[in-house]
Ligand binder design. Structure first.
Ligand SMILES: *Cc1c(COP(=O)(O)O)cnc(C)c1O
Length: 383
């Protein structure tokens, strides 16, 4: 069986974990490795301020808290995304307004955005699906016009970029919105030992409060900077910071990020080249990377014409021992949300729910295994 995903170890993870206890004598959060990881993101990608979190979900929860949602405030989120994107804002009492995806790829359709904005709209949450950028110039212009906050769900988006067609400037995903959230869950490009995340604060006005929310609603960070002479409870918050063990694990991955990215992109490109002739015959469509986006090798997906064709294809791969999987289920039709949805049809979101399938893609996928997968798919179409 070829798994859909498999965590990759770079080799230094256990050594660094041991170091947290033996040399640094520090296992709880916000130690040397946490600071090193945060500094890495701030310098490599120009993110203004970074805070490691225990998960991407936690980073999104911090974003929602920082947006200071009031009862009745509306947040626009694509329906085709992971539960956490919406859940983080639901927990703060926001009214979720689900947006449809684009025809060309599962990202939020910026063209439909303005029709969803009301006087109560407060936040837009673009999700860069498969690490492929949303149309950020358009989204940021609309946000600015209506005075809205933008939170990038960058869970898939490590080391991926948006190139502005207006200025030609390349911005790392996660650096464009006021706030952003990354995930280091084991299914993402790099992992913090299974679970982990990162809050990115690009708008300085949120930094002070973010540090407080991160440390259980206390002004501990100011205390350690010597800005106050005792620390105490000053706001809401939670235990959002991860243990040093997770940061140590993540550091071993960050040291190898270029190697990891190169390998994943190489696997992605090989799928792309191999599938191209089949896509050209119309059997399915492949990931669409707009001219303003880069590909970071997070995910290789195919979109079929309908559910029946996808099911048949997935069953075939399963028989061949290949772990291909579908992805999100439209959130506006979920058990939890269906009664709360305003009734609008979101046909693209439903199409991706029914028709999208992802192929195995992980660092340690061997050339032989990938050859096997490609050959089996070709055989399915008789070529
Ligand atoms: C993985 C993911 C999350 C949540 O991240 P966790 O680290 O698993 O909590 C949020 N949004 C999207 C789009 C994701 O893929």
């Amino acid at each position: 069986m070829i798994n859909f995903n498999q965590a990759h170890l770079t080799g230094k993870e256990l050594e660094y974990i041991a170091q947290t206890a033996v040399e640094n004598h520090k296992l709880c959060g916000n130690g040397e490795f946490t600071k090193k990881c945060q500094h890495f993101f701030e310098t490599r990608y120009g993110f203004k301020k970074c805070l490691l979190t225990t998960s991407g979900t936690d980073a999104l929860e911090m974003c929602a808290m920082l947006c200071n949602i009031q009862p009745g405030d509306e947040v626009i989120i694509p329906s085709y995304t992971f539960v956490s994107t919406a859940l983080a804002f639901v927990r703060e009492g926001a009214k979720i307004v689900f947006a449809d995806s684009m025809q060309r790829n599962p990202n939020l359709d910026a063209e439909s955005l303005e029709s969803l904005i009301t006087p109560r709209t407060k936040v837009i949450v673009p999700v860069h699906y498969a690490g492929i950028a949303c149309d950020m110039d358009k989204i940021m212009a609309i946000a600015e016009k209506h005075n809205l906050l933008v939170v990038e769900d960058a869970a898939h988006s490590l080391d991926s970029y948006y190139q502005s067609p207006i200025t030609n400037h390349q911005s790392p995903l996660g650096s464009i919105g006021h706030l952003a959230a990354f995930s280091f869950h084991e299914t993402k490009n790099i992992t913090a030992g299974g679970e982990g995340g990162l809050l990115v604060i690009n708008d300085e006005q949120f930094i002070h409060r973010a540090e407080i929310l991160w440390e259980k609603g206390t002004n501990r960070a100011e205390f350690f900077r010597g800005a106050v002479n005792k620390y105490g409870w000053v706001d809401k918050g939670s235990s959002f910071l991860p243990a040093e063990i997770n940061a140590a694990f993540l550091w071993a991955q960050l040291e190898n990020v270029d190697d990891i990215q190169a390998k994943r992109i190489q696997i992605w490109n090989r799928y792309y080249e191999a599938m191209k002739p089949l896509a050209e015959k119309g059997y399915f469509t492949m990931p669409d990377v707009p001219e303003y986006a880069t590909n970071n090798g997070h995910m290789f997906y195919m979109v079929f014409e309908n559910l029946e064709k996808r099911t048949a294809f997935m069953n075939y791969l399963k028989e061949q021992g290949i772990g291909a999987v579908f992805h999100y289920l439209s959130l506006h039709k979920s058990e939890y949300f269906k009664d709360k949805h305003d009734g609008r049809e979101l046909p693209q979101s439903d199409r991706y729910t029914d028709c999208l399938v992802r192929l195995p893609l992980f660092y340690d996928l061997t050339d032989e295994d990938q050859t096997y997968i490609i050959d089996k798919i070709k055989a399915y179409y008789g070529v």
